[in-house]
Design a protein around this ligand. Structure first.
Ligand SMILES: Cc1cc2nc3c(=O)[nH]c(=O)nc-3n(C[C@H](O)[C@H](O)[C@H](O)COP(=O)(O)OP(=O)(O)OC[C@H]3O[C@@H](n4cnc5c(N)ncnc54)[C@H](O)[C@@H]3O)c2cc1C
Length: 453
């Protein structure tokens, strides 16, 4: 058995882990990133390759260091294909957007954290958490067949969706959110496909509904001839045959005739609200391991980078005695920056499990694109009277769905308001949760959806 001692052990060399490690190392802490993959495979992660908010990434790893992975910065809108309604909607995407070579990006962020001074231990599978009463004191695992232990003041769980650390740790007497089930996740799969001729839509992220509710197909152009093609579905649904369904769609698109598949990967991602609390004594979860993904788009890279950075900045101040109260500021910063907004957007996910998919698509086809874009990214939108009338005439036949949407939108906004008064310490969490849960009950009642939490 080998034992390593560090100030902080970070499990997972993805976006959340690398940003956390880089920031901790910049602040002079001894930090190790433990990764199950080998050095060559680390950074190879299933993704649609769309990076939103690339202009305003945390500077723990400078943008100049990851920019070489931005293979397409000419993308400025979403293209929504609604075949059943013979409609294509072009919707502007606010903020800077890049399609990236995800593997190259993965290598660059690892390099960024290494340059900042973090150690990386590859081929190391974490299998358990060490605990002294409720306090997490490190992790145990296996490195190339040999048992290995990491003792650390703080353990950062950056191990991605459905992290094993949270199964193993006893978190019951802490505020850490354990109200997590597989049905709050999405199962997704993607292929990297080379096409012989440049596609016409190399300035767009292409989205298309899947045959069944709560899923979509995407075609994201890394370049005009290298396309990230994928799809996913919410795990509340009957499982889809992801590889087959993608193949079927590709075969019906003339631009993919003669195409070659270069890479295939699949994974789960959280499409739920962020964890109510992602801290326990000596323990912090970041990125997918804490539900930091936009639940309507599935975009999680930016949330992971920020969560990693905020966690690191909090840990630096809390290192001497990393109690929940000392780590709490991390929860507050996440909720303030994006957590409240993602919780609001999650309400539309809840609604989508209850409404008829044809009605939803019909409604999408009838609404003005720029308003949909606002709703998708900010969780809220408003319309002038003329636009309202124009949309109302176009959307005749979907007014029942519109009414559902309108009511849902009001509740989503009310919910975001609750997150503005997210508690300033662990002692007030349970009162805040009771109040929020009462509002969630109204959301389930209004949408007719089954409770998600
Ligand atoms: C198919 C798909 C498409 C997506 N498309 C997009 C997109 O276009 N844009 C976007 O912004 N987001 C997208 N996402 C979401 C995005 O990929 C994630 O939100 C983001 O990668 C989260 O980063 P993370 O660091 O939290 O976790 P991850 O990137 O998953 O990193 C976790 C790391 O932990 C390691 N690990 C796990 N368990 C252990 C263990 N026991 N021991 C040691 N190491 C371990 C893993 O090997 C991995 O390296 C997509 C996700 C999927 C699945």
């Amino acid at each position: 058995m080998t034992t390593h001692e560090y100030d902080v052990v970070v499990v997972g060399a993805g976006t959340a882990g690398c940003y956390a490690a880089a920031s901790l190392a910049h602040d002079g802490l001894d930090v190790v990133v433990v990764e199950r993959k080998d050095e060559q495979e680390a950074g190879h992660i299933a993704c649609g390759d769309a990076l939103k908010g690339a202009d305003a990434f945390p500077d723990a790893i400078p943008k100049s260091q990851i920019e070489s992975s931005f293979t397409n910065t000419g993308v400025d809108h979403g293209r929504f294909e609604l075949p059943a309604h013979e409609t294509v909607l072009d919707i502007p995407v606010p903020g800077e957007l890049a399609v990236i070579d995800r593997f190259e990006y993965g290598r660059r962020i690892i390099e960024g954290a290494e340059r900042a001074g973090a150690d990386f231990h590859y081929d190391t599978v974490v299998q358990d958490v060490c605990q002294d009463d409720t306090r997490v004191t490190g992790v145990r695992g296996v490195r190339k067949g040999d048992p290995v232990t990491y003792d650390a003041d703080v353990t950062v769980d950056a191990a991605g969706a459905l992290s094993i650390l949270q199964d193993k740790a006893d978190l019951e007497s802490t505020t850490f959110d354990t109200n997590v089930s597989y049905s709050q996740f999405c199962s997704a799969y993607r292929e990297i496909v080379e096409v012989p001729e440049p596609v016409e839509w190399d300035d767009a992220l292409v989205f298309k509904p899947t045959q069944r509710a709560a899923g979509y197909l995407w075609y994201f152009p890394r370049t005009s001839t290298t396309i990230n093609a994928g799809l996913g579905f919410q795990m509340t649904e009957e499982p889809m045959k992801l590889v087959r369904d993608l193949r079927n769609d590709l075969q019906n698109r003339p631009e993919f005739a003669g195409a070659e598949v270069r890479d295939k990967l699949g994974a789960a991602l959280p499409t739920r609200r962020p964890y109510d609390s992602a801290v326990a004594p000596g323990f912090v979860a970041v990125g997918d391991a804490a539900g930091h993904v936009n639940p309507t788009t599935g975009g999680g890279i930016a949330g992971a980078a920020y969560a990693g950075t905020y966690a690191a900045e909090t840990i630096v101040d809390a290192l001497d005695d990393p109690t929940e109260a000392a780590l709490w500021e991390y929860n507050e910063r996440v909720m303030d920056h994006f957590g409240g907004r993602y919780a609001g957007l999650d309400v539309y996910n809840v609604l989508s499990t209850a409404v008829d998919v044809d009605d939803l698509m019909g409604l999408l086809a009838a609404l003005p694109g720029e308003k949909l874009a606002e709703a998708l990214y900010s969780g809220s939108t408003s319309m002038g009277l003329a636009l309202k009338l124009k949309s109302a005439i176009k959307s005749f036949g979907y007014w029942g769905t519109i009414l559902d949407f309108y009511r849902t939108k009001q509740l989503a906004e009310e919910l975001m308001g609750r997150y503005e008064s997210y508690p300033s310490g662990p002692a007030e969490l349970s009162a805040w949760q009771s109040d929020r849960d009462a509002l969630m009950d109204r959301i389930y009642e209004t949408t007719g959806a089954d409770p998600k939490y």
